[in-house]
Design a protein around this ligand. Structure first.
Ligand SMILES: [Zn+2]
Length: 227
């Protein structure tokens, strides 16, 4: 079977947004080079004990299979917070002298910028849960952005309208096998857009006929302009 037009997926949606916000990147937990960064917070006297506590936390998380970095550099905690937020590290663990005494830690999640105080005994469970939740949250955001970018169309006119507004048109199409090539070319001539492919991650059942040739549609394809 000869097909043209690359298959597209939700990954496309994910790439559109790559999850940034005005503070920098927001990496999905699953793929982040560092999933967790540990920031020790101390002044003078507490340095050794807090650092030891932070190292223990790093060890515990590493043993649980997470990619963890302990930021021991000089520099204020606030500066380090900003630094790692910009890099998009999904979870930050903050530990200071008070946390140490209470066997607690502060967990911060980059996607929603929320903080919570947890028992260190729950660390592994919490990081696992929040990590999953971050990925779900970012995926849903990307999907809704993708959906907001797509407009259903069923004629050359409505395709052109959608493309003029910077959107992607979703249309019923005869076939992405070679017989469909002339239809792609006609769409290109009349709207300036091209068949970018079908979705590979979900099966989409078309309704109606091919916008170009009028034959019964067998596929849903996405039309976009190239930039
Ligand atoms: Zn056709």
């Amino acid at each position: 079977q000869t097909c043209y037009g690359p298959a597209i997926s939700r990954i496309f949606g994910a790439l559109i947004s790559i999850h940034g916000d005005n503070k920098g990147l927001r990496l999905p937990f699953k793929i982040a080079p560092y999933q967790v960064v540990v920031i020790p917070i101390f002044r003078g006297d507490d340095a050794d004990t807090v650092l030891k506590y932070a190292e223990d936390i790093q060890k515990t998380l590493r043993k649980a299979g997470f990619r963890v970095h302990l930021d021991k550099r000089d520099g204020t905690p606030g500066w380090k917070f900003n630094y790692w937020e910009m890099k998009g590290v999904p979870i930050r663990v903050e530990v200071g002298p008070r946390d140490l005494k209470a066997r607690k830690a502060v967990l911060f999640r980059r996607d929603s910028m929320e903080r919570e105080i947890i028992d260190v005994a729950d660390l592994k469970k919490k990081v696992t849960g929040i990590g999953k939740d971050i990925d779900k949250n970012l995926r849903e955001e990307a999907e809704s952005k993708f959906d907001g970018l797509v407009v259903d169309a069923d004629s050359f006119g409505t395709i052109e309208d959608a493309l003029d507004k910077g959107k992607i048109a979703r249309i019923p199409f005869c076939t992405t096998e070679m017989e469909g090539l002339p239809c792609d070319e006609e769409i290109k001539d009349r709207t300036g857009g091209e068949v970018r492919g079908t979705r590979i991650d979900v099966e989409e059942k078309p309704d109606g006929v091919c916008v170009a040739c009028g034959k019964v549609a067998t596929e849903i394809v996405y039309i976009a302009r190239s930039y």
